[in-house]
Design a protein around this ligand. Sequence first.
Ligand code: ZN
Length: 64
Amino acid sequence: MPEDKCGIDGCSAPAVRSYSKKACEGAGLKPADENAKRVHVCKEHNKAFKKATKVDRKLESLGR
Ligand SMILES: [Zn+2]
């Protein structure tokens, strides 16, 4: 089944990529499945992921 959905908590958009769970958490995204090793992310969360990993200074000021 090639049908992948976004694995971020509260999101069920179609996935475009997958990252390791650790990477997602590092980017401030919360995987819905705690036991997953890889987490699929939708277009929007992929964007958020990239933003978070590129500009983590900004994330800190926004997230705290
Ligand atoms: Zn998503």
